[in-house]
Design a protein around this ligand. Structure first.
Ligand SMILES: [Zn+2]
Length: 110
């Protein structure tokens, strides 16, 4: 069942391929450069779950949702938790992700 280790590997994999925020396109900082105890910078790379955020019913099995992860900066990840963003449709959210390569989002390169 996945867990933190899998997510970390997924994050590192994504980072190697495309170290930019899915939403604002900022260049991401790998968390390994953030010292323990330091304030986490806004552009720190975090894993964001497209599937969980976009689908309210969450009918998809976990194996599917696992691959629907993208890199997001810490700021966008937090911002997207806002109510205003939750009310956006999947298409609206998708268009916000702009040029983010679809193959990376769907995990086809793994
Ligand atoms: Zn961002």
């Amino acid at each position: 069942m996945g867990g933190t280790k899998t997510l970390r590997r997924r994050r590192d994999n994504l980072f190697k391929q495309h170290p930019y925020c899915c939403w604002c396109k900022c260049k991401l900082l790998h968390p390994k450069f953030v010292k323990k105890g330091d304030t986490q910078p806004d552009n720190m790379a975090t894993i964001d779950h497209l599937r969980n955020r976009l689908d309210s019913d969450r009918k998809e099995p976990n194996t599917e949702s696992q691959s629907r992860t993208v890199l997001s900066c810490k700021k966008c990840n937090q911002d997207r938790g806002d109510e205003s963003v939750k009310s956006l449709t999947k298409e609206q959210l998708w268009s916000r992700s702009g040029s983010y390569p679809l193959s990376i989002i769907t995990g086809e390169n793994e």
